[in-house]
Design a protein around this ligand. Structure first.
Ligand code: GLA
Length: 687
């Protein structure tokens, strides 16, 4: 055997195992038909990067592994010991490679998985087989991309404006997105994409990598003078953070690689399919009280909010920050996870019971990793911080970080969470994390690695004890969105911004990684609390409709007309939910920069939103060419939801029209004229 081929859903990865060392990755891209081992032999002579780039395999770029054994450094040169695979043509499979370097005292196990959707996952495990300690510098996962991938796309952002795209040429050298915030980060790229010139949502060949890790991490693209290029991702370790004693191992986070021959949507669909392999129950429409009442937890006010929420069709009520001891503002109380007896003399029961009577689920906010110095916990246990005991790290939002890898801290948090989830039969936890980790120290060493694993363990244990419990990953909005946290949580809080105009972009780009049903999207107040922008309810609702819909607005201040309109949107969301939360997400490469066109498609139906962001420069709009439909099929097309205010609508909106998928995709529907900040929803049923 000289090659191993993994293939599924149109993608293929070819490993060349003809040499002594690690397998070389010959190809990651389109499937190769029925190509067999012997068909590939004539092309195996070309150079290709090994599964873990190293100089011993003539890779002079960034090494996949760095580390040192003091006083006896041996550059690592791997010898392949065994390769196991269950690869089945067209159905993906797993390849497990075991290699060793006796002199360097190291063993490597690499696991490469292609799932049924063609997504590739890769991780490495390094074991120290020698007696002396091995100080690991880093171990990353990388796969090659061909020379024609000439452009890069990645993302940055800040609080309340996450996932802002940036594009550049993929030249020689390294483009490295590094994150040392101890959490995934508002500016964390999430995805690093390389593609052919001008790639879009529906065109071009693209390769993307994602690090499934919530601590410090790197995504990078490298092109060598020799011409070879690769995409890599992994954890960023501080010096001394991981020191392997004899027999000890380090396992990298999973890195996910998605290829598409047809643009970003297809790349994204493979990622969505991976998450959707763990199905969720129908996503209940949620009310979160944060922007409605903030720290004002007067029972009467909350009960009225709950009544109004239920009347509008809301299915889950989440009590945000402010319910626990000393938490009247954000300067005190974090860590004291006991219901505040002053504010809640009867515990949370009067609220929780009423919420349940109204037919809603009940959820609660926590920020387990954090502590206010002004808290009983910090006063009792000043040594529980993720810090040197002699020196406090700089505060942020008046808070410090607990050292979860300390068994006492872990045990305290598990007991508190477990008890409260049990006592109130919580359906849902909003798990927040509102600061970057500064100068984190655990047990005298850099602490982010241990902290991240301890958080994962805590989440896993809580879920094991409460299998029905759902958990949202929030981190000042979208600063902890990655497949490490998503393996153990059910949705993310996409952004603290509920401004629907900003949300259109944030959800569009976050949505490359996260499918709609796992992306929290709330209808905010008429005047946004962060941007101060006033937007119509119809636009706020049409934006939230395309995620896991919720409301974060003081409904006690809403008019009857607003409540009725909101109820209509919630009913529409519920009707469309089986489509919105299971279909394939498509985004048109719409040529008019003043508008967006996106949708969700199932084989028998689809829904699209044509979104006017700003005023249109041209008189007539570009036709709405709807991507993702079956060109052979005929669809009945109609407007869904209320007509946007002030719109001038073309004839087809007047009643159902029947058109083929090819006409809808190639010619498109004549564009409506919409005011800025409005959207027209279009529903399609296959006839
Ligand atoms: C963070 C979250 C918000 C809210 C507040 C509460 O900022 O992102 O949604 O929960 O904390 O303090």
């Amino acid at each position: 055997m000289s090659t191993v081929i993994l293939s599924a859903a149109g993608a293929a990865l070819v490993l060349d195992v003809s040499a002594q060392g690690l397998p070389r990755v010959r190809h990651f891209g389109a499937e190769l038909g029925s190509a067999q081992d012997q068909d590939l032999l004539p092309v195996l002579a070309a150079p290709a990067p090994p599964l873990l780039p190293a100089q011993g395999d003539t890779w002079y770029g960034r090494p996949g592994l760095s580390g040192v054994r003091e006083g006896e450094h041996w550059p690592v040169r791997w010898t392949l010991e065994r390769l196991d695979t269950d690869a089945t043509q067209g159905a993906g499979g797993t390849v497990t490679v075991t290699a060793a370097d006796e002199r360097a005292g190291l063993r490597l196990v690499s696991e490469l998985v292609m799932d049924a959707g063609g997504l590739v996952s890769l991780r490495h495990t390094l074991t120290n087989t020698a007696a002396s300690p091995y100080r690991l510098g880093g171990l990353v996962c990388a796969l090659p991309v061909p020379g024609r991938a000439g452009e890069l796309l990645d993302f940055t952002g800040r609080w309340a404006l996450e996932k802002v795209p940036q594009r550049r040429a993929f030249g020689q050298g390294v483009w490295s997105r590094e994150n040392r915030r101890g959490r995934t980060g508002h500016d964390g790229t999430g995805l690093l994409v390389a593609g052919t010139q001008g790639f879009g949502f529906g065109s071009g060949e693209v390769w993307a990598v994602h690090a499934g890790w919530s601590g410090n991490h790197v995504h990078y693209a490298e092109r060598m003078a020799e011409g070879a290029a690769l995409l890599g991702a992994g954890e960023l370790l501080d010096p001394g953070e991981v020191v392997l004693g004899e027999g000890e191992s380090y396992t990298t986070p999973w890195a996910y690689f998605s290829w598409s021959g047809a643009g970003l949507d297809d790349m994204s669909a493979r990622l969505h399919a991976h998450l959707r392999a763990r199905p969720l129950p129908a996503r209940p429409v949620t009310l979160n009280n944060w922007e409605a009442t903030y720290f004002d937890h007067g029972l009467d006010r909350l009960l009225e909010l709950a009544e109004r929420a239920a009347a509008a069709g809301i299915e889950r009520f989440v009590l945000d920050d402010g319910w626990f001891r000393h938490r009247r503002h954000d300067r005190a109380g974090l860590g004291d996870w006991y219901v505040d007896e002053g504010v809640w003399p009867g515990g949370l029961h009067p609220l929780a019971d009423r919420v349940r009577k109204l037919g809603m689920q009940f959820g609660l906010w926590f920020e387990p990793e954090m502590v206010n110095p002004d808290s009983d916990l910090a006063r009792e246990h000043p040594d529980w911080l993720l810090a040197r005991p002699e020196r406090m790290p700089p505060p942020h939002r008046n808070q410090q970080v607990l050292d979860l890898a300390r068994p006492e801290v872990y045990a305290y948090l598990l007991e508190r969470l477990d008890t409260l989830v049990g006592e109130y039969a919580l359906d849902y936890i909003k798990w927040d994390h509102n600061r970057d980790l500064a100068e984190p120290v655990h047990d005298g060493a850099p602490g982010v690695h241990a902290q991240t694993l301890a958080t994962y363990r805590l989440l896993d244990e809580l879920r094991r004890r409460h299998p029905g419990l759902e958990i949202e990953s929030c981190s000042s909005g979208g600063a902890r969105i990655d497949y490490g946290i998503l393996a153990r949580t059910d949705r993310v809080w996409t952004s603290d911004s509920n401004d629907a105009l900003d949300r259109q972009a944030i959800q569009r780009w976050t949505g490359l990684l996260v499918p709609p049903e796992r992306m929290g999207a709330h209808v905010g107040a008429p005047r946004d609390h962060i941007t101060g922008r006033s937007l119509p309810l119809a636009f706020r609702a049409a934006t939230a409709l395309f995620g896991h819909m919720g409301v974060e607005w003081d409904l006690t201040s809403a008019s009857e007309a607003e409540l009725e309109e909101l109820a209509g949107w919630i009913a529409l969301h519920k009707r469309l939910r089986p489509l919105l939360h299971a279909g394939r997400v498509v985004r048109a490469d719409h040529p008019d920069p003043s508008a967006l066109l996106h949708g969700v498609v199932l084989p028998d139906r689809a829904v699209f939103a044509y979104v006017q962001l700003t005023s249109r420069v041209t008189v007539g709009g570009e036709p709405l060419r709807l991507p993702g439909l079956d060109p052979q099929a005929v669809y009945e097309v109609r407007v869904a939801g209320p007509e946007p205010d002030g719109a001038r609508l073309p004839d087809w909106t007047g009643g159902p029209v029947r058109l083929s998928g090819s006409v809808l995709g190639e010619l498109g529907l004549p564009a409506p004229s919409l005011r800025p900040a409005s959207a027209l929803l279009v529903e399609l049923l296959r006839v």
